[in-house]
Design a protein around this ligand. Structure first.
Ligand SMILES: [Zn+2]
Length: 1128
């Protein structure tokens, strides 16, 4: 035979004793049954060698050796029990060494299957050999966790029953029981096996193994608990356990181990018991049983005792997870989740969120589901035909894979005449510049604003008698009434100078810069307890801010609740602090501590106050019952958002946010006023109806606070404030109506604690630096003052919103050098850059970036001049004024486009536009750090989605990368690594994708600014402020100019080369997932589901803008055609 030759060729060294024995074994393999005695001897010798010489094992397992095949073939073929035992011992010896590589070899050679085969044969012997069963299970237990197909192979071979029967027969035989339970533990991790084992009574069987505290057989108990925990992941098994009354048993066992395991030697057993409870309480029946068995108190008490011992954290964390799940769901303290503000739409759409809201009948309780008895009926049964072991390589379904959709759209052309409606937005293109340059500028929104002044404010309150008394203090001081009497700034209390001249009354504040009295009190009250306080003139620091102009602007702003008050921060303005505001370091265990306080509401209710102190849903809001024991809240001013405040404990408040108008969700933005505080105590605030599954508040972000006391003493500014901040899923039920039809969802709590510095202060809290519509109008008005004869600036009204506010459209460019034909021609042929912001009202950071952009563009620097001479800027700085004014987070007053004027133009699209050069919509991002861009690239989308496309489809100019690349080089907050150029399906109706695909603008972007801070660059580790945001806006302009110079060279190559050099890995794409933060030890969410979509809501203004852009583009193209041949 030449077999040995072949064998020896592959083995080294040829003189090895163990290899010679293996050779001998291989030679007898065909006839091993008849040579039983020899086989027994040879295998015994091999075993001896491997047991005594380390090198023998190495030789068998060495690369290129076929030793394992020979051993397995022998095991498969022999029927001699002693030989089998020898071989199993050999395998046990071999596989015990090394870090799993040897087990890997064993599995790859089909070893598992042979073991199951051997197990089945052995089980047919009566009685089966105990020694053999022990050896086989020990080996299976070793191999199982490393073999992905172990569970399926076990089920198909019939091994499950063999093991289960052995367990049943050997409950009193720990020696054999242990390996069998170990194998059972591996079987149970397969979900189909778990169901099958449950049907065969294995759950009940395992409960027979569990026992109260004892020092005996602890490893057995540990393995049994692991197996049980795995089985209870199946909902059918969990139901079985709950029905069988095992929840109180598990709780009693846990309490017993907790009591007796005083030295914490058996933490794993205690953890195992908790894991079983955790899995049973995944079903409603289990939670019910847990609560009935007083589980909340048992786990609360045991956890409290564990808290001081850090090593017991896993027990505390798992207990906390179970308690959160089982905490009885509470109703949000609201009559309805629809906005507290009513705005009747002139036309109610049939579909969409607003349509659904309107079609909801009266008296429907949308806060909690009518009956949630069946909330899990559909999911509580396991699907037995679920595919196991199938590679779950799930591609991202959201990436666009339709190549047709990734290429420009083609549609029918519209007649030129129809497009003339857009002409009015391009007045500059038909201006002849013969008349006075200034007189042609129209400021429509201002006209509108002045008309609005006549509108009465029904909620205006009567002036207090003291208001008109006393002459104004004749000092260059900003006087304010004693802090104790700081009252809301009411529009009617703030008189602009003209009125004052007329009436001669000492209305306050006045526009007279020498006398700014804010308070309605006369000087005779000064002595009482207040002092005359000063506010430095911020004119130099805030050149675009003007207190009186602000009030004037507020009067022209129309809000749905018809606000008559002005928030101090918006009135005073914000001077960015000069100190650094680092990301807040998260205190260890903070979430746990907060959750325990929440659980105490249930367990120790004696200190619960539960007093409503503010409620927009009742007509007498704010609820004033000034007993000095509660804080006072207010949110009734522009951009304010707070619906309700409940004093839960003496120094703790639950706050509820208002839904966007004509919507029943989108709670994120908040802005409210607090007064009546005490100094020297810590107040805890909980915003209890947040919706997103995670937040940057978990990663260093703090909310913003503005202290009026600080402002009047010289520091008018928003400051990042708050400690003990965390964001987690809470115990308030979210109805299916509020969760888009999904049942069993919860809300999230944002909690933070505050120590107020000043007694009787008035403080404001906000999600991010507020930027109201009135602020925008004030800034635009002040910007106009910066115009020089060289600057062309127009302010038009793009459209009037449903709420009656103008949506400003700015045109900024340079005046033509002269009115010669050449210069006017150059003017008219400048390419366009389109910028917009605040389609989402809660993303106030976008406005600060936009402010930076506008200030730069209106500036006198040579760069600004050069930009103006190169481009015509079309800017819509606030796409959603109504949303901003009314304190919405994401929507406008309706989800529908009501203006027929903006009907979709069916567009014949011309070759990629050279007219519209860059489109960028400024946004804010609540879940990521840094500033970054989303762009559009066919190539990167194709690359990401793995769709096959011919190379001709993939020819793409890399121009889309140039602008973000430049930004990453010049703007410290900007991060290229955070950018993404993948086109997602869910984003297909966003301005960015529409402008790219339908208008063919390559450089179409969304620029996302963090609400939190930076984790790279110069600002690494710091929270972002208005200074950095404004800088970002200015740097965006600088980047545009650099881009122009680069494209002027018609060569981005060197820029991209730069990028390539920097990146060692040549991954062409940067597809970034929504959340990029590491997960916590402390789970924010306690359920498996956590997949909230972050789809940009289709919004009437977004659509308007998209249509406006399509329209303007086509109009420009048509105009070009119609004027072809006509010399300008
Ligand atoms: Zn946004």
């Amino acid at each position: 035979s030449n077999q040995p030759d072949r064998f020896y060729k592959v083995c080294v060294p040829s003189n090895s004793r163990v290899m010679m024995l293996l050779g001998q074994l291989e030679r007898m393999n065909g006839d091993i049954v008849r040579q039983a005695e020899t086989a027994r001897q040879v295998t015994a010798k091999i075993l001896h060698l491997i047991q005594t010489q380390e090198k023998s094992g190495k030789e068998v397992m060495s690369k290129g050796s076929s030793g394992m095949e020979v051993i397995l073939a022998s095991l498969e073929n022999t029927r001699d029990v002693q030989t089998i035992l020898n071989i199993l011992s050999i395998l046990t010896e071999l596989l015990t060494v090394g870090r799993g590589r040897r087990v890997g070899v064993f599995v790859s050679k089909g070893g598992t299957g042979i073991l199951f085969h051997t197990l089945l044969s052995a089980s047919k012997e009566m009685p089966p050999s105990e020694e053999l069963m022990l050896q086989l299970h020990s080996l299976l237990a070793k191999v199982g966790p490393k073999d992905r197909k172990f569970g399926v192979a076990a089920r198909l071979s019939g091994a499950l029953n063999v093991t289960v029967n052995l367990i049943k027969q050997n409950l009193q035989n720990p020696k054999l029981l242990l390996p069998c339970l170990q194998v059972l533990r591996v079987y149970s991790t397969n979900s189909v096996n778990a169901i099958s084992l449950g049907k065969n009574g294995v759950v009940e069987l395992l409960f027979k193994v569990l026992a109260p505290y004892s020092k005996k057989n602890t490893s057995l108990l540990k393995v049994a608990l692991d197996a049980l925990g795995a089985l209870l992941k199946s909902k059918t098994n969990a139901r079985r356990a709950a029905d069988g009354g095992y929840v109180p048993i598990l709780l009693a066992l846990y309490a017993d181990w907790h009591r007796n395991d005083a030295r914490h030697r058996h933490m794993l057993i205690r953890k195992g018991l908790l894991v079983c409870l955790r899995n049973i309480t995944n079903i409603k029946l289990g939670r019910k049983a847990f609560v009935e068995a007083d589980g909340m108190r048992v786990l609360y008490n045991s956890s409290t005792e564990c808290l001081p011992v850090r090593t017991l954290d896993p027990l505390v964390n798992t207990s906390s997870l179970i308690m959160r799940k089982c905490f009885p769901k509470k109703r949000l303290p609201l009559p309805t989740i629809q906005s507290a503000f009513l705005f009747q739409l002139p036309y109610v759409p049939g579909t969409g969120p607003a349509g659904r809201t309107y079609s909801q009948g009266p008296g429907v309780d949308d806060v909690v589901d009518e009956s949630d008895d069946n909330d899990e009926a559909d999911t509580e049964n396991d699907t037995e035909n679920e595919e196991d072991e199938k590679d779950q390589q799930s591609p991202n379904d959201d990436i666009e894979t339709d190549l047709n959709k990734l290429h420009p759209k083609k549609g029918p052309c519209r007649p030129y005449e129809e497009l003339r409606v857009y002409e009015r937005f391009f007045v500059e293109l038909s201006e002849d510049f013969q008349v006075s340059q200034v007189s042609v500028l129209i400021r429509r929104w201002k006209v509108q604003a002045s008309q609005c002044l006549c509108r009465p404010f029904p909620q205006t309150r009567a002036l207090s008698p003291g208001l008109t008394q006393g002459p104004p203090a004749a000092s260059a001081r900003f006087r304010i009434l004693p802090p104790a009497s700081l009252t809301p700034l009411q529009l009617d209390n703030i008189h602009i100078s003209k009125d004052q001249e007329k009436t001669g009354d000492a209305h306050i504040p006045t526009t007279d810069k020498r006398d700014r009295t804010l308070s309605p009190l006369g000087p005779e009250d000064e002595a009482a307890e207040g002092a005359v306080l000063e506010v430095p003139d911020t004119a130099l620091l805030l050149p675009l801010h003007d207190l009186d102009l602000y009030v004037e602007m507020v009067k022209g702003t129309l809000s749905v609740p018809q606000y008559a008050e002005v928030a101090y921060p918006d009135y005073f303005g914000h001077v960015a602090p000069t100190f650094r505001e680092p990301l807040l370091e998260r205190v260890y265990g903070v979430q746990r501590a907060k959750i325990f306080q929440d659980i105490e509401r249930l367990i120790h209710p004696n200190d619960i106050v539960d007093k409503v102190v503010y409620d927009l849903d009742i007509p007498s809001c704010p609820v004033i019952e000034d007993d000095g024991e509660s804080l006072k809240f207010n949110s009734q001013f522009e951009s304010g958002n707070l619906r309700k405040a409940v004093q839960v404990r003496k120094f703790e408040y639950d706050l509820v946010l208002n839904s966007d108008i004509n919507s029943n969700h989108y709670h994120q933005w908040f802005y409210f006023e607090v007064s009546g505080m005490k100094v020297g105590t810590t107040y805890r605030f909980n915003i209890i109806n947040c919706e997103k599954s995670n937040s940057q508040f978990n990663y260093g972000m703090q909310a913003l606070m503005y202290s009026v006391q600080e402002a009047i003493s010289g520091s008018p500014r928003w400051v990042r404030t708050g400690t003990d901040i965390c964001y987690y899923k809470n115990h308030f039920a979210r109805s299916s109506i509020a969760a888009g039809g999904l049942k069993g969802k919860s809300y999230y709590t944002l909690t933070f604690s505050i120590n107020f510095k000043h007694k009787d202060d008035v403080c404001y809290f906000a999600y991010h630096y507020p930027y109201t519509y009135s602020t925008l109008k004030m800034h635009l008005s002040k910007l106009e003052a910066l115009r020089t004869p060289q600057i062309y600036l127009r302010q038009d009204v793009l459209c009037e919103t449903l709420g009656g506010n103008g949506c400003p459209l700015l045109t900024i460019t340079a005046m033509p050098e002269s009115n010669s034909n050449d210069h006017i021609c150059q003017f008219r042929n400048r390419p366009l850059i389109f910028l917009s912001a605040r389609v989402h009202p809660g993303e106030t950071n976008a406005s600060w970036v936009m402010k930076g952009t506008l200030e730069f563009l209106m500036g006198s620097s040579p760069l600004a001049n050069s930009l103006r001479e190169s481009y015509i800027f079309k800017i819509v700085p606030m796409l959603n004024p109504d949303g901003v004014i009314n304190g919405n987070h994401r929507c406008s007053l309706s989800g529908e486009d009501l203006n027929r004027q903006w009907q979709s133009p069916n567009l014949e699209l011309h070759p990629p536009s050279t007219t519209l050069r860059v489109f960028c919509d400024y946004h804010g991002h609540s879940r990521k750090k840094n500033v970054f861009m989303y762009g559009c690239s066919v190539k990167e989308t194709v690359w990401q989605s793995n769709i096959s496309a011919t190379s001709s489809d993939l020819q793409e100019d890399l121009a889309y990368r140039a602008l973000p690349k430049i930004l990453s080089q010049i703007a410290p907050a900007f991060s290229m690594a955070s950018c993404s150029f993948v086109v997602e399906r869910s984003k297909e109706s966003t301005a960015r994708v529409v402008v790219w695909r339908e208008i063919g603008v390559q450089r179409s972007y969304t620029m996302e600014s963090t609400l939190c801070g930076c984790d790279q660059g110069k600002y690494k580790g710091l929270q972002i402020g208005t200074r950095e945001l404004e800088e970002m806006g200015a740097q965006f302009c600088v980047a545009l100019l650099r881009l122009k110079r680069l494209t002027g060279l018609r060569n981005h190559q060197h820029l991209l080369d730069l990028e390539r050099k920097k990146k060692k890995t040549s991954c062409p794409t940067t597809y970034v997932l929504d959340e990029d933060e590491p997960s916590f030890l402390e789970a924010i969410d306690y359920s498996a589901e956590s997949n909230d979509e972050d789809v940009e809501a289709e919004n009437e203004h977004l659509r308007r803008i998209h249509l406006y852009l399509s329209g303007l583009h086509v109009w420009l193209q048509s105009r070009k055609h119609s004027t072809d041949g006509v010399s300008i």
